[in-house]
Design a protein around this ligand. Structure first.
Ligand SMILES: C[S@@+](CC[C@H](N)C(=O)[O-])C[C@H]1O[C@@H](n2cnc3c(N)ncnc32)[C@H](O)[C@@H]1O
Length: 589
């Protein structure tokens, strides 16, 4: 197993091209070639770190400042206009793409201010006309927490403007400073002082990280676990209300969010980054142990595309922090040798010194005694091999490719899917489905973990590296190829492969990246009409959109076989942050 003390690095721009890292946008169209050919992809990652969804800029240019400077200037004292220099009309930025983080926030602001009011202000050209300039200080009372984790308030004395404040809680009276240009119907603000805390929710003694409120990674460290779980449940409910477009009566109540067994030290992958020194800094010998004050290695500052220096991350596992701290020293020593900015990768793995086949052949007692099942190491090479157990199954995958980032909650997630597949028992007893299709299967997490319940299992995944891992994982877990098969390709291609699977005895698991499923996939899924569909997602907004689409497409079916949403539940894969993993179960009736 590749385990390296020198971090293998690549530029942030390369990481950003990973398919799994795409933030939610318009439903993707299928690429020209959907023929089942292999697509070579790099590593993938379902959850984007460091994003502050509430503060993600809608547009870079054209805000009220520009518009006002164009419209408010008095004609009297202006020099005569030159006939050749025509004033360019400022265009308002387009609405954010449906389901994107800015759109989710926009919908929440519409809900707060009233949709009609927002529409009429937008029609009159006032959507970017803030009552406040950058730097203005004021006192406000927070009304709610947005899905991205920030507090949202109505501007005092104004029914038509909102203020978004990270780390502020409902009912809190806070003094804030407006930062930056206005966004559509709101200003961003930073909290200066909490004048009246929400004592029922806030307890700052819970905060474990010295960088909390500066780093953009966590939003909720001041909250109890129960409150975090509750907020995430509400995010799911709101997402379905807003994006599924299904009648409220047809939706089940969102179940209680499943808590992560570890709420700190759970994160098994982190990707801190740093920039090369500015050209104005002349190279010099850095003393042993010195960390130049201008060198920032870490994660983004909240709401900014700027790195802050971070020595450790308390939500990451111990082995990751140990290796990272060591590497920071090495990087500082040789910082002038870097010609480009670098994204580092740290992946927690079981120690790979014992051969995987040998490891899996150990008896239960020997497993309990063997370090192979307990000793953790840190893998820093994107192409290195990482290894982890989920329940009784062993998974190996290349460290830079997709694997879920919180090992402690995975058995709970897998068991929920397993139990829910069985369906409600009937008077004639429950007949368990016999066939499983795992789409967007990565290294085979669901296909392999659920395989003991099925006669035949098929998985599909775009990344050929992940498919190679899935095949190897099936072997390691002694699942014969006559029972399980994996295909590299676009998810929609699986429906050609599983023609022999009886739909009434088949479960389809869907676990796409943040952008959700494309139309070709949904169309074929609906045509296939599996008895049960389990949709796992790290972006509940695209999930709600897709689930609504699936259900609507089966309305009016001649044979009356429609999908209904039977269950929806969140899993807290990312405690202390506003992210939630959501599982929806659709059953054909
Ligand atoms: C959120 S991950 C889920 C992986 C896996 N189910 C797991 O839990 O480990 C999404 C996966 O979808 C893959 N993917 C992205 N676009 C795809 C497509 N069009 N067809 C098939 N797989 C795709 C990514 O490579 C990534 O492995």
């Amino acid at each position: 197993m590749a385990e390296s003390t020198i971090p293998q690095t690549r530029r942030a721009s390369e990481l950003e091209s990973d398919p799994g890292d795409e933030s939610c946008a318009k439903r993707p169209k299928v690429d020209g070639d959907a023929s089942g050919v292999e697509y070579a992809t790099g590593g993938t990652e379902g959850v984007v770190e460091r994003i502050d969804e509430d503060l993600a800029p809608l547009v870079k240019e054209s805000t009220v400042n520009d518009m006002q400077s164009n419209s408010l200037g008095s004609e009297k004292n202006q020099p005569p206009k030159r006939a050749t220099k025509k004033k360019r009309k400022q265009k308002e930025p387009p609405l954010p793409e449906s389901c994107s983080a800015p759109d989710v926030l926009h919908q929440e602001i519409c809900h707060l201010l009233g949709r009609e009011a927002v529409e009429s202000i937008t029609a009159s050209g006032g959507a970017f006309k803030s009552p406040y300039p950058d730097g203005h200080e004021l006192e406000i009372t927070i009304e709610k927490v947005g899905s991205g984790g920030s507090g949202i308030a109505r501007a005092p004395g104004s029914e038509s403007w909102a203020i978004v404040v990270p780390f502020a809680l409902p009912e809190e009276k806070v003094r804030v400073e407006i930062v930056g240009r206005p966004e559509r119907m709101y200003s961003n603000a930073k909290m200066l002082e909490i004048l009246q805390p929400n004592e029922a929710w806030r307890d700052d003694s819970r905060v474990r990280c010295q960088y909390f409120t500066q780093c953009g990674g966590c939003q909720y460290q001041m909250l109890s676990s129960e409150k975090q779980l509750d907020l995430k449940k509400n995010v799911i409910t709101r997402a379905y209300e807003t994006y599924s477009k299904l009648p409220a009566a047809s939706l089940p109540s969102t179940e209680e969010t499943t808590e992560s067994p570890l709420v700190y030290k759970y994160r098994t992958k982190i990707t801190p980054h740093f920039e090369r020194p500015r050209k104005s800094i002349k190279p010099y010998d850095i003393k042993d142990g010195e960390h130049p004050p201008w060198l920032k290695i870490g994660f983004n500052l909240v709401g900014r595309n700027e790195t802050m220096d971070i020595e450790e991350c308390p939500i990451a596992t111990d082995v990751l922090n140990e290796q990272y701290k060591k590497d920071r020293k090495d990087i500082a020593q040789k910082i002038f040798s870097y010609k480009k900015g670098v994204s580092l990768m740290y992946r927690d793995s079981l120690d790979g010194s014992l051969d995987a086949v040998e490891m899996m052949s150990l008896s239960t007692t020997d497993r309990e005694l063997s370090e192979a099942f307990t000793k953790h190491v840190c893998v820093t090479d994107q192409k290195g091999l990482s290894r982890e157990m989920v329940g009784d199954y062993l998974f190996e995958y290349t460290a830079g490719s997709f694997f879920q980032n919180n090992n402690t909650i995975l058995p709970l997630l897998v068991d929920y899917v397993k139990d829910t597949i069985a369906g409600p028992s009937t008077s004639s007893g429950t007949k368990h489905p016999t066939h499983l299709v795992d789409t967007y299967c990565g290294a085979g997490l669901f296909a392999i973990s659920l395989s003991d319940r099925f006669e035949h299992v098929a998985g599909i995944e775009l990344s050929s590296a992940s498919i190679a891992s899935a095949k190897r994982n099936a072997e390691l877990n002694q699942i014969p190829p006559t029972k399980i098969s994996f295909l590299a390709g676009d998810a929609a291609n699986i429906f050609d492969v599983v023609r022999s699977f009886p739909p009434s005895q088949t479960v389809v698991v869907i676990d796409p990246p943040r952008k959700g499923c494309d139309e070709a996939f949904i169309k074929q899924l609906v045509e296939f009409r599996a008895a049960t569909v389990v949709y796992v997602s790290c972006n509940v907004h695209t999930q709600a959109r897709d689930v609504g689409d699936i259900v609507r497409r089966t309305e009016g079916d001649d044979e009356g076989r429609r999908y209904r949403v039977e269950r929806v539940r969140g899993f807290d894969l990312f405690p202390q942050t506003a992210h939630v993993e959501s599982v929806a179960v659709l059953r054909l009736f």
